[in-house]
Design a protein around this ligand. Structure first.
Ligand SMILES: C[S@@+](CC[C@H](N)C(=O)[O-])C[C@H]1O[C@@H](n2cnc3c(N)ncnc32)[C@H](O)[C@@H]1O
Length: 754
C-alpha cells in the first residue's frame, strides 16, 4: 500500500497495514475462543496505531458489552458507525447493547437501521420483533417475525415467536397453526411442542395438551418450564402420580426463585400426596386424627429417613406456609414424632444429619405459619421441658443436642428463650444455624430496622389504632420468597401488556416514576412494584411498624434500595407534601373506618393522568367469609394463637363443601396472621361494582382494566363481545352476579386520574 492508498483506507476505517490486519485476525480468533483479555489487548493494540479501524472499534465494542462495560461499548460502536454507517452488523450489535441498557427506543431504531441496510437480514427483523414484544407491542412484533420468517421459512424460532405474538394478540387459532407448522417442519424443536401444549390447554383440549407437553419434556428433559407446565397439567388432570418423576425439578422450582411459591402451591402439594409413602402416612394420620401416631405408623415402618431424602418435601416445608389441610395434619403428626425423638435424644446420641435437617425444615414451616398447627397439652409439656434443658445447658456450659433446638423451634420462636446470645455463640450443624437465623437473627434485625422508620403522620384513634394493633401482633402476609424480578417495563408498556385493548392517556415520564404503596404490609407488594419499572422510586407506608420492619428486612435481602418505608395512616396522608405518578392500595382501604374517604385522600396525592391500583373486597364473593366471621363471633373464638388454632380445627372438621369448610380454600387460612386477616379482622368492609362505579364517576377516575385470570377474561369476552376493552363495570357486575366467585380474592383494578 502506498501512502495515498493507506490514507484512503484509514478514511474508510480499513486496516492500513498487513500487520494490523493480521493482528486483527488473531484478536478475533481469541475473541471467538473466549480468551477475552487477550482479544481486548490486541484490539487495543490495533487501535493504538489505527484509531479509525472500524472492525477493531466494532469488535472491541462487542467485547466490552460482553464484559459489562456497556457505556464504552456504545461509544466505540457509534464511532465505527460514524466512520462507516453502511455496515448492518454495526447497527445490529449497537442495538443489542442499547437494549441491554434498556435504551429501548434507540435500540429499536438501531435494529430498524440494520434491517433497512440489509432487507434480508432475518435476525434483525427477529430481534426487532422480540424487542417490540417485550414492550407489549405485539402487532408490530408479529409483523417483524413474519418478515423474518418470509426471509428464512425454515427457521423454527421465527415462527415460534410469531406464534407467541399472535397468542398475545388474542389470535389463538393462528398461533396454534404456527406451532403446528414448526412442529411439522422441525419435529425435534421442543419449544414448539411446549407452546402447542399450552395452546391446546387454553382451548380445553387437555389430552392433546398432555401429549404435546410430554413430547416437549421428552425432547428436552432439562426444559424446566415445560416440565412445570406438564406437572401442573397432570395435577389438574388428577394424574399427580405420573408427575412423580418430575419431582426434583419441582423441588428446584420451589426452592430457587423461579416462581413465587404461593402461585404454585397446589402442584408440589399434589405431587407430595401422590408419593405412596406420604399418601399412606396421611391416610393413617387422618384415620386417627387428632390422636398422634408413632413414626413407624407414619412412615410404613421405614422411619423418618425415608422422608428426609425427599427434596421436594424439604423445599416445600421451607418455602413458606403450606396450604393443604391433609399435609398439614401429616406434618403436625411428624412434629409430634420430632418431639418424641428429641425428648429421648442426648447430646451424644441424636438423629443423623439428614434427619436433623428434615426436622429443622419442619421447625421452619412452623415458624413461617406462626405456629398455626394443632398443639396439644402433652406436646406443650415436652416443648417446655426441652426449653428448660436448653436453658440450663446454656447456663452451665453443658452440651446441647441439636435436635432439642429443632423441637423447641417447631413449637415456639427461639427468640423467646433465655440467653439467645449464648446460643448464637455456639457451633451448630448448618440446618440448626439456619433456624437460629430465622428465629433470632432476623427478628432482631427487624427490631433494629423498626427504630429507624420515619413517621409521616399521626395514627387516628379508633379503627386505625385497633387495626394497627392487629398488624403489630401479626404482620401480614408472612412471605418467605417472591417471584423472580420481572423484565422491567415502562408504565405504559406494563399497562398495555396487561390490558391490550384498554384506552388510556400514555404517560412516559422522563426519569422514572414515583410510586406510593399505601398499606404495604410486610413488603411483598412494594418489592414487586419497585422491580417492575426501571428507575422507580417507591414510598411504602403502613400503620404497623412491625410490618414495615419485616418489609424493610426483606427489601434489604433482595438488595432493593429504591423503597422508602415509613409509618403513616392513610386517612392522614393528605398532610404529606408529596405527589405520585402511581398509587397502589391493595387489600387495605376496606380496613379503614371510611374506605371512601381514604380512597379520596389517595386520589388527592395522585398527579394528573397518574395511575392507581386498588384492591377491594367483594360483598358477593366473600359471602362465605362473612358467614365464617359470624361463626367466629358466635363461638367467641379469640384473635390469639389459641383461638385461631381452635377455630381452624373446628373448620377442618366441617363437612367438605360446607360454607365453613370453604375457608380452607383461602391461602390465608394457613397462618395465624392470614387467619386473623381472613375471619378475625377488627374492621372489614365489603362493596360492590355499582358502588365502585359511582365512586369512580364522582371522583374522576377511569377504568383501565380489572385484573382477572385468562379464563375469566375469555369468558367475559364471550359474554360481552361488544366490550373488547373489558372496562364496563356494569357488564362486570352482571358477569359477577352470574359467576359469584369471580372476585374471590378482591376487585383489583387499574385506574387513571382523568
Ligand atoms: C391485608 S394487609 C395488605 C398488605 C399489602 N397491601 C398486601 O397486599 O400484601 C393490610 C395492611 O394495611 C395496613 N393498614 C390498614 N389500615 C391502614 C391505614 N389506615 N393506614 C395505613 N395502613 C393501613 C395494615 O397495617 C396492613 O399491613
Amino acid at each position: 500500500m502506498n501512502r495515498r492508498e493507506r490514507r484512503a483506507a484509514a478514511k474508510r476505517g480499513q486496516p492500513t497495514s498487513p500487520h494490523s490486519a493480521a493482528m486483527l485476525g488473531t484478536a478475533f480468533r481469541h475473541h471467538e475462543a473466549g480468551s477475552l483479555a487477550d482479544a481486548e489487548m490486541l484490539y487495543r493494540d490495533v487501535l493504538s496505531t489505527e484509531p479509525r479501524n472500524v472492525s477493531a472499534l466494532h469488535l472491541l465494542g462487542v467485547l466490552l458489552h460482553q464484559t459489562g462495560r456497556n457505556e464504552d461499548a456504545v461509544r466505540l460502536i457509534q464511532k465505527a458507525i460514524g466512520i462507516d454507517p453502511r455496515v448492518p452488523d454495526f447497527h445490529f450489535n449497537l442495538a443489542a447493547v442499547l437494549r441491554a441498557m434498556r435504551r429501548l427506543p434507540e435500540a429499536e431504531a438501531a435494529y430498524a437501521k440494520a434491517a433497512a441496510l440489509k432487507p434480508d437480514y432475518a435476525d434483525a427483523h427477529f430481534e426487532l420483533g422480540n424487542l417490540k414484544a417485550a414492550q407489549g407491542k405485539f402487532a408490530e412484533a408479529a409483523a417483524s417475525f413474519e418478515r423474518a420468517a418470509a426471509i428464512d421459512p425454515d427457521h423454527p424460532g421465527y415462527l415460534n415467536n410469531l406464534g407467541l405474538a399472535l397468542r398475545e394478540l388474542g389470535k389463538a387459532d393462528d398461533a396454534l397453526a404456527q406451532w403446528q407448522r414448526v412442529a411439522a417442519l422441525r419435529p425435534d424443536y421442543h419449544l414448539a411442542h411446549m407452546n402447542l401444549g399450552l395452546a391446546h390447554k387454553a382451548r380445553g383440549d387437555l389430552p392433546a395438551a398432555e401429549a404435546s407437553l410430554r413430547q416437549a419434556v421428552r425432547l428436552k428433559p432439562d426444559n424446566n418450564e415445560a416440565a412445570l407446565h406438564l406437572t401442573t397439567l397432570l395435577v389438574a388432570l388428577g394424574k399427580s402420580a405420573d408427575a412423580l418423576p418430575l419431582r426434583d425439578i419441582v423441588a428446584r422450582a420451589v426452592s430457587e426463585p423461579w416462581l413465587r411459591p404461593l402461585s404454585f402451591e397446589p402442584v408440589p402439594a399434589a405431587i407430595l400426596k401422590a408419593d405412596p409413602l406420604i399418601r399412606d402416612g396421611i391416610e393413617q394420620t387422618l384415620k386417627y386424627w387428632p390422636q398422634m401416631l408413632p413414626i413407624t405408623m407414619l412412615t410404613a415402618e421405614k422411619g423418618v429417613a425415608a422422608l428426609a431424602s425427599n427434596p421436594l418435601l424439604i423445599a416445600f416445608l421451607e418455602s413458606g406456609p403450606m396450604t393443604d389441610t391433609a399435609l398439614e395434619c401429616y406434618v403436625t403428626a411428624l412434629r409430634h414424632a420430632l418431639l418424641d425423638e428429641a425428648r429421648r435424644a442426648t447430646p451424644e446420641a441424636g438423629p443423623p444429619a439428614a434427619e436433623l435437617a428434615f426436622y429443622c425444615a419442619i421447625a421452619r414451616q412452623c415458624f413461617a405459619n406462626e405456629y398455626v398447627f394443632a398443639f396439644n397439652a402433652p406436646e406443650e409439656a415436652i416443648a417446655n421441658e426441652l426449653r428448660e434443658r436448653i436453658s440450663s445447658a446454656l447456663r452451665s456450659g453443658d452440651a446441647i443436642a441439636p435436635v432439642w433446638i429443632a423441637a423447641v423451634a417447631s413449637c415456639l420462636p427461639l427468640r423467646t428463650l433465655a440467653d439467645t446470645d449464648a446460643m448464637l455463640q455456639r457451633q451448630w450443624p448448618e440446618p440448626v444455624r439456619a433456624l437460629l437465623v430465622q428465629q433470632i437473627v432476623e427478628p432482631r434485625e427487624e427490631d433494629e430496622l423498626s427504630k429507624t422508620l420515619a413517621v409521616l403522620t399521626a395514627i387516628s384513634s379508633g379503627v386505625s389504632s385497633d387495626v394497627r394493633e392487629q398488624y403489630e401482633q401479626n404482620p401480614y402476609p408472612r412471605w418467605v420468597k417472591t417471584s423472580p424480578p420481572p423484565a422491567p417495563l415502562s408504565v405504559d408498556d406494563f399497562l398495555k401488556r396487561n390490558f391490550p385493548q384498554a384506552r388510556f392517556d400514555p404517560f412516559a415520564p422522563k426519569d422514572g416514576v414515583d410510586i406510593l404503596v399505601a398499606g404495604c404490609g410486610t413488603g411483598l407488594h412494594p418489592t414487586i412494584s419497585a422491580r417492575r419499572h426501571p428507575g422507580a422510586r417507591v414510598l411504602a407506608v403502613d400503620i404497623s411498624r412491625a410490618s414495615l420492619a419485616y418489609a424493610a428486612r426483606k427489601a434489604r435481602e433482595l438488595s432493593l434500595d429504591n423503597i422508602r418505608f415509613a409509618q403513616a395512616d392513610i386517612l392522614n396522608l393528605a398532610d404529606i407534601d408529596e405527589t405520585f405518578d402511581i398509587v397502589e392500595a391493595v387489600g387495605v382501604l376496606h380496613h379503614l373506618a371510611d374506605p371512601w374517604e381514604g380512597w379520596r385522600t389517595l386520589i388527592h396525592l395522585l398527579r394528573p393522568r397518574g395511575f392507581m391500583l386498588v384492591g377491594l373486597y367483594s360483598d358477593l364473593a366473600r359471602r362465605n367469609v362473612a358467614a365464617a366471621r359470624q361463626y367466629v363471633k358466635s363461638g367467641n373464638y379469640q384473635p390469639d394463637v389459641q383461638g385461631v388454632r381452635a377455630l381452624r380445627q373446628a373448620v377442618i372438621r366441617q363437612p367438605e363443601g360446607s360454607a365453613l369448610h370453604s375457608m380452607t380454600r383461602f391461602i390465608d387460612f394457613y397462618s395465624i396472621s392470614g387467619c386473623r386477616d381472613l375471619v378475625f379482622h377488627v374492621q372489614e368492609q365489603r362493596t360492590s361494582l355499582p358502588e365502585i362505579e359511582k365512586f369512580l364517576t364522582d371522583n374522576g377516575l377511569a377504568v383501565i382494566g380489572l385484573q382477572v385470570d385468562a379464563p375469566v377474561r375469555a369468558a367475559y369476552a364471550r359474554r360481552f363481545p361488544d366490550d373488547p376493552a373489558m372496562t364496563s363495570l356494569a357488564n362486570w357486575h352482571v358477569f359477577e352476579s352470574e359467576n359469584p366467585d369471580t372476585f374471590a380474592s378482591m376487585y383489583n383494578m387499574w385506574l387513571q386520574k382523568r
